[in-house]
Design a binder for this molecule. Sequence first.
Ligand SMILES: [Mn+2]
Length: 424
Amino acid sequence: MINTKISRKFFDQVVLKIKILHTSDWHIGRKLHERDRYDEMQKFFSWLELELERENINALIISGDIFDNTTPSNQAREIYYSFLARVAKSSCRHVIIIAGNHDSANFLEAPAKTLELLDIHVIGQITDNIDDEIITLEDSNGNPELIVCAVPFLRDRDVRTANSENNLDSRQQDLINGIHAHYQKVFERSAEIRGDSKIPVVATGHLFIEEAKAEGEEHRELYLGTIIKISLKSGIFPAKLVDYVALGHLHSKSGSQRVRYSGSPIPMTFSEASHKKYVEIVEFDENCKPKIQDVQIPTFRKLARIKGDWQMIDSRISEYVKSGEAAWLEITYTGQELLDIRERIEKKLKFFPELEALTIYNETREKLNSADPDDVIIQNGKTLDEILPEEIFKLKLKANKIPDEQQDAFMSMYREILDEIQHA
Ligand SMILES: [Mn+2]
C-alpha cells in the first residue's frame, strides 16, 4: 500500500507544477442602468469555487478592478470577503490580489495583514521597498513554486519623476517611462530571487497594452480612465525575465500566450453583450513556458442588443420569449414610422418578467427632435420669416422620411398645439 503522505510529497516535488487561474475586472458593485449585478457575481463566485477545485488550482490571481468604486457597498464587501474566506479553506493555496484604477488602494489593503495569514496577498499600491511587490509562493513542503511580481495599477504620482514639464505629451511620456522603470526594477529583483532555479515568474499589471484589441465602447471608456498605452514592442515584459503576464483593465480576453488579458467575468455594459467571458488557467512546462487554457464562464444573465424596425424588434423579442432564457435587453428603434415604441415593448413583455428592456432608444424620434430646421429651410431657398410654422413642420416630416400615411395625423396634432400656443 502506498503511503499517501509520501506519494503526495513525491508528486509535489517531481510531477506537479503549480497551476494558476487568472481573472480580473470583477467590478463588484457595478450597476447597469440602475440594476445591480450582485446576483450574477454570486453565481460567478460559486462557479469559480467549483472550477478551482475541479482543476486543482494552486494559486488564484486577480488583476485589478476588484470593486467598481472606491467605497464599495456593504453588500459588495460581503460577497467579496465571503468568497475569499471560502477560497482560503479550499485546496487553492494562494490568492494574489492587486488594485486596479477603479479600486481604492487603501480600502483593499486595510485587511491585508489579516488576509496574509490566510495566504491571501493584497497589493494596493507600491511602496519604497520593491520586495513588497514580490511574493514567492511555496508548495505544501515549503519549497518555492512560483514568483509573483504583484504590480498594481500604477498612478501618475507613483512613478512620474517630479521635475517633468508641464505639457500633456511630456507628462504622458514621463508616466510611460516611469511604468517601464518600475517593471524593470521589479524584474531585476525577481531575477535575483530566481537565480539559476527553474521557478516560473508571473507578473501582474493593470494597464492598457497598445497591441491588445479593445472593442467598441469599451475602448472609449478606457481612454477616460487612463489615456496612456504601453507598447509591447518597448520590451516592457522581457521573455527572459517573466514567463506569464496576467493583465487586467480590458474587459475582453485578448493578448498572446504569454502576455494576456482574461477579461471581466460578466458583460459590464451592453457593448460587451456579444462577448464570451473567460478565466485563464496557466501551467508551466519544465522550461517555464506557459500553457494556457481559456475556460469559458457560463452566462448567468444574458444581455442582448436589439436594433431595427418594429418587425425586427418584435421577432427578436419573440425568439427570447420562446427560448425562456432570462435576458436584459437594450432596444434601439430605427424604423421609418414614428411609433410609441416603449408602449409596444411594454405590452409585449408584460407577461414575461424574466425579459426586461433596461433601455429603449427611439432613434427615429430623436432624429426628428434634433433635426435642424435651418437645414430644411436652406434646402428650400427661403428664410425663416418667409415660411409658415406649418410649412416648417411639414418639411421636417419630409426630411425625416415619415411615411405619407402618418403625415396627416401628425400634421393635425401639430395644428392643435400651434393653435393652443397662439391663442393662449
Ligand atoms: Mn480598469
